[in-house]
Design a protein around this ligand. Structure first.
Ligand SMILES: [Zn+2]
Length: 499
C-alpha cells in the first residue's frame, strides 16, 4: 500500500459508500472509551460485525489495535490453558507467531537490521488498511498499540539483544543500542506516514536489573538474578560516559545475585535480609546507578517516539501503556514519575487491572518475602505494600480469589490525574489545563488468572468503569484484548457508561 494523505483517504471512504447509520448516532460521551483488539478478531468475526458490537454493546469510540507484538497476550486469541469466550473462532491459535500486523514499508528500516517483521499469521490481511476506513466512517478513532515483546528467531535480531550479567544474549532488546532506537523510530514512522491513524500507544512491560534481581514483580519468584540486563557494549560505554565504574557495577550485581540466592534458600544473614541488602547498596552505589542507566534508556525510547511522531504530524495523539507493576512494586513505581511523563505524553493508559490484580499482587508479595523483604512474611509484605502504595485490599489468603476492589481503581486514578496535573489529589480534576496528559485507566475484562483465582464478573466491570470515571479519568481502555472477553462483561462496560 502506498502512502495515503488524509484527503485521499477520505475520498476512498466516500467512494466505498461506507457511511452508515452509525454516522447519525449521537455521541453519548466526549470521553475516550477504548478497547484493545487484535487482528485475529477482525479476521475471525469480520470487521463490520466487530465494530457494530463495540458501538452497540460498550459505546466504544476508540480502537487500540494490536498492530505490533510477538505476544499472544495482546495479539492472539485466548491463551491455550483458558476457556474460550462466547464469540470468535472456537479454536486456540497454537501456531501464533506475531509481528507487524500491518504492511511493513521497508524504506523506513534502513538503520536497523531488524526489518523482516511482518506477521505471517494472516497472509494478505493488513489490519490497519482493513479497519481504518470503516472505523473512521463511524467516527471511531484508531490507535496503533505496539509493544516491546520479541521472539528469538527473527532475522537480524541478535544485533539488538540485551546481554545478561552472566554474558548471555537475552530475548529483550537494549535501549542503549542505536539499532534498537532506530527500530522503534522506523516502526513509528512507518505507522504515522503510511496510515491516517489517530494515535499511537507503545508499551514496555520491563524494568531494570535491580528490580528484576530482587524479584520485584508478579511472577518475580522465577527471575534469575544472574540473567538480569543489560551489560552489553553500548551499556558499558554509556556507563563509562556517566563516570560509573563498570567492573564495580558487575561485581555489585554478582554479589546481589548471591544474596538473592541465599535469601531464597532461607539462609538468613547475621544482620538480617533488609540490612544486608541496604549495606550492599551502600558499598556498591553502582548497582542503583546501573538501574538508573537502564531506566533512562527506556525513557529515551518514550521521548524519541513522541518527538518523531509529533514532528511528522502535530495532531497525532501519542501515549503509553504503563505496566501493572506500577501498582505492586514501590521500586518500579518510583521510576514511573507522572510529572516526568508530562514532557512527552498526550495520554497515559495506566494499567489498573483490579481483578487479576489480586493474584498478581499476592505473587509480588510472595516473591519479595523471599529476597530483600525476607525479614517479613508474605502477609506482612502485603500490608507494607498497601501502606506504601496507599490503597487497601484483602489479606493474602483471600486476595487471589477476591481481586482488588473498585476503591483501588479510584485511588490509583486520582493519583495519576493529580500526578500529571501537578496539583494535589484533592483539587486535581478541576485544575486540569490544556496539554495535560489524559488519563485513560486500563480496565481488566477477563484477563486470564489461575484456577480458583478471581474471574471477571459484569458487576466488577461496571464498578471499575464508574470508579475510574468518577475519580476524574478522561476515559477508559478495556483490556487486554477483545478475543478473551466474555460478552456479558463487555456489555457491562456499556451499562456503566449509560448510567
Ligand atoms: Zn545494553
Amino acid at each position: 500500500m502506498s502512502e495515503l494523505s488524509r484527503r485521499e483517504f477520505a475520498k476512498l471512504i466516500g467512494a466505498a459508500g461506507i457511511a452508515s447509520s452509525f454516522l447519525q448516532q449521537p455521541q453519548t460521551t466526549s470521553r475516550t472509551i477504548g478497547i484493545q483488539v487484535g487482528a485475529v478478531s477482525f479476521v475471525d468475526e469480520g470487521v463490520a460485525s466487530v465494530l457494530d458490537r463495540f458501538q452497540r454493546d460498550a459505546n466504544i469510540n476508540a480502537l487500540f489495535i494490536a498492530s505490533f507484538s510477538y505476544g499472544r497476550g495482546t495479539a492472539g486469541r485466548q491463551v491455550p490453558d483458558q476457556t474460550l469466550p462466547d464469540h470468535g473462532k472456537q479454536e486456540y491459535d497454537v501456531e501464533f507467531h506475531g509481528g507487524n500486523f500491518a504492511h511493513t514499508h521497508e524504506k523506513y528500516y534502513a538503520h536497523t537490521s531488524l526489518k523482516k517483521i511482518e506477521a505471517p499469521d494472516h497472509p494478505g490481511f493488513d489490519v490497519l488498511a482493513s479497519v481504518l476506513p470503516p472505523a473512521q466512517s463511524r467516527r471511531m478513532k484508531v490507535f496503533c498499540w505496539y509493544e516491546d515483546v520479541f521472539r528469538r528467531d527473527l532475522e537480524g535480531i541478535d544485533r539488538l539483544q540485551e546481554v545478561t550479567l552472566s554474558g548471555k544474549k537475552a530475548s529483550t532488546l537494549c535501549f542503549h543500542n542505536p539499532e534498537v532506537q532506530a527500530f522503534w523510530q522506523a516502526l513509528t514512522e512507518d505507522y504515522v506516514r503510511s496510515y491516517p491513524i489517530d494515535g499511537l500507544m507503545w508499551g514496555s512491560e520491563r524494568q531494570g536489573p535491580f528490580g528484576n534481581a530482587i524479584g520485584a514483580m508478579h511472577g518475580g519468584a522465577r527471575t534469575n538474578p544472574l540473567e538480569v540486563t543489560c551489560f552489553c557494549d553500548f551499556c558499558q560505554r554509556e556507563g563509562k560516559s556517566r563516570g560509573i565504574d563498570v567492573q564495580r557495577a558487575v561485581e555489585g550485581y554478582m554479589k546481589l545475585a548471591s544474596l538473592v540466592r541465599d535469601s531464597r534458600a532461607a539462609n538468613r544473614p547475621t544482620d538480617g535480609y533488609f540490612v544486608s541488602y541496604w549495606r550492599l547498596l551502600l558499598n556498591y552505589p553502582e548497582i542503583l546507578a546501573w538501574e538508573k542507566l537502564w531506566n533512562d534508556g527506556q525513557q529515551s525510547a518514550y521521548a524519541n517516539i513522541y518527538q518523531l511522531a509529533k514532528s511528522i504530524r502535530r495532531d497525532i495523539a501519542v501515549g503509553w501503556h504503563i505496566w501493572h507493576n506500577n501498582s505492586f512494586s514501590p521500586f518500579y513505581r518510583a521510576a514511573q514519575d507522572y510529572a516526568e511523563f508530562r514532557k512527552y505524553s498526550d495520554f497515559l493508559k495506566v494499567v489498573m487491572y483490579n481483578n487479576c490484580g489480586g493474584p498478581r499482587l499476592a505473587s509480588y508479595a510472595n516473591s519479595m518475602s523471599r529476597t530483600m523483604l525476607g525479614d517479613f512474611s508474605a502477609e506482612e509484605v502485603l500490608g507494607l505494600t498497601y501502606k506504601v502504595q496507599n490503597y487497601q485490599g484483602a489479606n493474602l489468603v483471600e486476595l487471589p480469589r477476591k481481586g482488588l476492589s473498585a476503591d483501588y481503581m479510584e485511588g490509583e486514578t486520582r493519583r495519576a490525574v493529580a500526578g500529571v496535573s501537578s496539583h494535589s489529589a484533592e483539587s486535581a480534576p478541576a485544575a486540569k489545563t490544556p496539554g495535560t496528559p489524559k488519563i485513560w485507566p486500563g480496565i481488566d475484562i477477563d484477563i486470564p488468572t489461575g484456577q480458583d483465582e478471581k474471574k471477571t464478573e459484569p458487576q466488577d466491570v461496571r464498578d471499575a468503569v464508574r470508579a475510574a470515571l468518577g475519580a476524574g479519568a478522561d476515559g477508559v481502555i478495556l483490556s487486554r484484548k477483545y478475543s478473551e472477553m466474555r460478552l456479558a462483561n463487555l456489555r457491562a462496560a456499556g451499562e456503566a457508561l449509560r448510567g
